[in-house]
Design a protein around this ligand. Structure first.
Ligand code: 13P
Ligand code: SF4
Length: 304
């Protein structure tokens, strides 16, 4: 049954010149019908290069907004309109404008997990795979890093020459992993290397063998000679790695590492989006697109 739906999706997307973009946290049956899969940085770059008429985003809202900002003439569909990133909703333009007023000599670096509206008042975007490189390259010393204080603390450690100010924001899924859970996972799998996402708390990152973005974790595990890994990011990554490296073993650090927003998109949502009867078309006004685009373009320019 699943393969019949997949076949139909593949047929329709060819007929209608549709490009399906899927974040690596999506289910295997969605990744199988996607034209591009990857972390948020890779998806942004792919969205800017695609020559399809319609882009379907299987991920969360800020990713679909980023695709629309980079391809304003294309129809951009978020496959499931309920898929939002709670972190992206934590800070709005009023709040950050007030913080900027109090800190006029700071450049605002926004994690891409922010709304399109918030991006319009920021100086540059970063993703977890490009944050360290981009902050290093910026000529400015004073940086206000929003919204994720855990990723910000990780960047600050890697780039000590900058003065990085943080606010209290972050990913509810990654930030809830506790040191106790990590210790227990290590007790269960003493030979395993610990790979974590920088959205985890600094205490977790300090105990890890490797800290990196979704694609960083996947590449590290695929290229490593080690045979066992504890994966400290969304649970789907351990599953995808297990399929791609059957001779190695992957253990999720915690059974609670589930992003319900990333998980709410189903293959049927993709099917209805391709049919034109489902999903939500993303619309943004011209001014938002023009202003938000500046900080995404700067990210692609500095991070490439
Ligand atoms: P990546 O940039 O690693 O894809 O992370 C996106 C995200 O939302 C992780 O939770
Ligand atoms: Fe947002 Fe966290 Fe889910 Fe990523 S894992 S989409 S940062 S809530």
């Amino acid at each position: 049954m699943i393969s019949k739906i997949q076949e139909e999706i593949l047929r329709l997307k060819k007929e209608k010149n549709i490009c399906i973009l899927a974040h690596s946290y999506q289910a295997a049956e969605i990744l199988e019908v996607a034209d591009f899969t990857g972390d948020s940085y890779a998806l942004s770059v792919m969205a800017s290069k695609s020559d399809a008429d319609i882009l379907i985003m299987c991920g969360v809202r800020f990713m679909a907004e980023t695709a629309k900002i980079l391809s304003p003439d294309k129809t951009v569909i978020l496959a499931n309109s309920e898929a939002g990133c709670p972190m992206a909703e934590q800070m709005d333009t009023d709040f950050i404008s007030a913080v900027k007023e109090k800190n006029p000599d700071y450049k605002v670096v926004a994690y891409i997990n922010t709304t399109a509206a918030l991006k319009t008042i920021c100086d540059v975007c970063v993703t977890s795979s490009s944050a360290v490189e981009i902050v290093k390259k910026l000529p400015d010393k004073n940086i206000l890093f929003i919204p994720d204080c855990n990723l910000g603390a990780f960047v600050a450690k890697q780039v000590p020459e900058k003065n990085i100010k943080l606010l209290q924001g972050g990913c509810p899924t990654h930030a809830k992993i506790t040191v106790n859970e990590l210790k227990k996972a290590k007790e269960r799998h003493p030979e395993a290397l610990v790979l974590v996402h920088p959205e985890c708390s600094p205490k977790i990152s300090e105990m890890a063998d490797y800290v990196g973005s979704t694609s960083g974790i996947m590449k590290y595990a695929q290229n490593s000679d080690a045979k066992e890994f504890i994966i400290g990011t969304e649970i789907s990554i351990a599953e995808h790695l297990q399929y791609s490296c059957p001779d190695k073993r992957f253990y999720p650090m915690s059974k609670d590492l589930i992003c319900s927003n990333m998980k709410c998109t189903t293959l049927m949502d993709v099917y209805y989006s391709v049919c034109g009867t489902g999903g939500e078309e993303i619309t943004l006004d011209d001014e938002t697109i023009a202003k938000a685009r500046k900080c995404i373009d700067r990210m692609i320019e500095l991070g490439g």
